[in-house]
Design a protein around this ligand. Structure first.
Ligand SMILES: Cc1cc2nc3c(=O)[nH]c(=O)nc-3n(C[C@H](O)[C@H](O)[C@H](O)COP(=O)(O)OP(=O)(O)OC[C@H]3O[C@@H](n4cnc5c(N)ncnc54)[C@H](O)[C@@H]3O)c2cc1C
Length: 393
């Protein structure tokens, strides 16, 4: 096991399984806190399986499919764990982006989120939310229809008004992932492009991860951040087998599109989005930083299971039949899909200490990009009190 070089204290050896945004954030953050971290995921392999830090395109990760919306201030609930995690993550993303940029890993982060109301009930609910949040000092604004008109022809004609959140917005999920992996590896995170087959309990304590290639890796702590692969790993742990502690995790597929506005769509408003725009649960994300400066993302479908439905993609493309003309005329560049990981019978995300030295950080469902930093911080807090799990385990 790893011995710390300072203060006579032993650093925790930590294995993080899964290098999506949650695992990569956790590995990066733990490394910053002085822990010795091994990050294991077949997605760390390059096309030839050799280059750590580049994704294997055959591995499906929710993080590489995400649109990267950060919805903290617009959350429906105003208290409880979900609210605290969202608020904490919002703050941490600001700090992390600054730190990563200083280290040479700029992560595009665009502020601003406009959630449109398409019916009177939504409008009323959003207006109540704005008043409630404003009383607490959260800077939400309600934009009446005339205020939306200055955005014409950007928003659908049927929009009654919109809730504008200046502190929410969007982050580029792939740039964030590559920054966390790149900076983490540079700072000493050890990356292994392997699949973990199972976890074992060596007699002299700690955990051992058995890799598909046959190697075993020992550590004091194991963090399972393997998205949909998490439940399979937990089923292999003898002391958890059959226990109610193992949460069922189900896939919910999402499809998304990258489009480009036509060159004739040169109206001023189409060049000055107030940030990401949400219409009836579908997100329009401006990407002026991508080649040509006219691109945007549209997503994502919500399809329980792992099979993509072409009709769901059509409904997305037409914005449920309400796409404004500029959107109908936009050129489709490409589409992609990925699976979210939804816990059944428990609220997302699952942040659980399952046994001594064994932590689960998974099931982030629709908000894993937003919640990755607060999840990493939760892991670090579990390692804080004793650095090592209880003796005799
Ligand atoms: C289309 C779409 C749009 C989304 N949009 C947003 C959004 O706008 N905002 C937002 O906050 N969230 C969004 N999400 C959700 C978000 O992407 C997820 O919640 C988040 O990416 C989950 O990250 P993760 O690291 O837990 O899982 P993943 O990204 O799925 O990573 C899990 C990793 O574990 C690895 N793994 C699995 N099993 C093993 C094993 N046995 N050994 C080693 N490694 C293993 C996999 O290879 C994978 O790389 C979206 C998701 C989708 C699909």
């Amino acid at each position: 096991m790893h011995q710390a070089s300072t203060c006579g204290a032993r650093r925790a050896d930590v294995i993080v399984i899964g290098a999506g945004l949650v695992g990569a954030s956790t590995a990066w953050w733990l490394q910053q806190q002085g822990h010795a971290v091994v990050l294991i995921d077949p997605a760390l392999a390059g096309p030839k399986g050799s280059e750590v830090g580049k994704p294997d395109p055959a591995v499906r990760s929710g993080s590489r499919a995400a649109l990267g919306l950060l919805m903290a201030d617009v959350a429906q609930r105003s208290s409880g764990r979900g609210w605290r995690l969202r608020q904490r993550s919002r703050i941490l993303w600001d700090l992390w982006c600054r730190q990563l940029a200083e280290a040479g890993w700029p992560v595009p982060r665009r502020p601003g989120l406009l959630v449109l109301a398409g019916d009177a009930e939504t409008q009323e609910r959003q207006q109540r939310l704005v008043l409630e949040r404003q009383k607490r000092g959260v800077p939400l604004e309600w934009w009446e229809r005339p205020q939306l008109e200055r955005l014409d022809p950007l928003v659908p004609a049927a929009a009654l008004g919109g809730l504008y959140s200046p502190r929410d917005g969007q982050i580029d999920p792939i740039a964030a992932l590559e920054a966390l992996l790149g900076d983490g590896l540079r700072q000493g995170v050890q990356g292994l492009a392997e699949r973990v087959l199972r976890l074992e309990r060596p007699v002299n304590g700690g955990w051992s991860a058995v890799l598909a290639g046959g190697d075993h890796h020992r550590a004091d702590w194991v963090v399972i951040a393997a998205g949909l692969g998490s439940a399979g790993l937990l089923r292999q742990v003898p002391e958890l087998a059959g226990a109610a502690a193992i949460p069922p995790l189900e896939p919910v597929l999402g499809q998304a599109l990258e489009l480009e506005r036509g060159p004739d769509a040169n109206d001023e408003a189409l060049w000055s989005w107030p940030g990401a725009v949400v219409w009836r649960g579908l997100n329009l994300v401006p990407r002026p930083d991508l080649a040509g400066g006219l691109r945007f993302w549209l997503g994502a479908t919500l399809e329980p299971g792992e099979r993509a439905d072409p009709l769901a993609l059509e409904r997305l493309r037409s914005l449920k039949g309400e796409a404004p003309p500029w959107l109908q005329q936009a050129r489709l560049l490409h589409s992609w899909q990925g699976c979210r990981c939804r816990p059944q019978g428990k609220p997302a995300p699952l942040l659980e200490a399952l046994a001594d030295g064994l932590l689960l950080v998974s099931g982030h469902y629709r908000n894993g990009v937003l919640l990755a930093p607060a999840s990493a911080e939760w892991v670090a807090q579990q390692l804080e009190p004793a650095t090592l799990p209880a003796a005799g385990t």
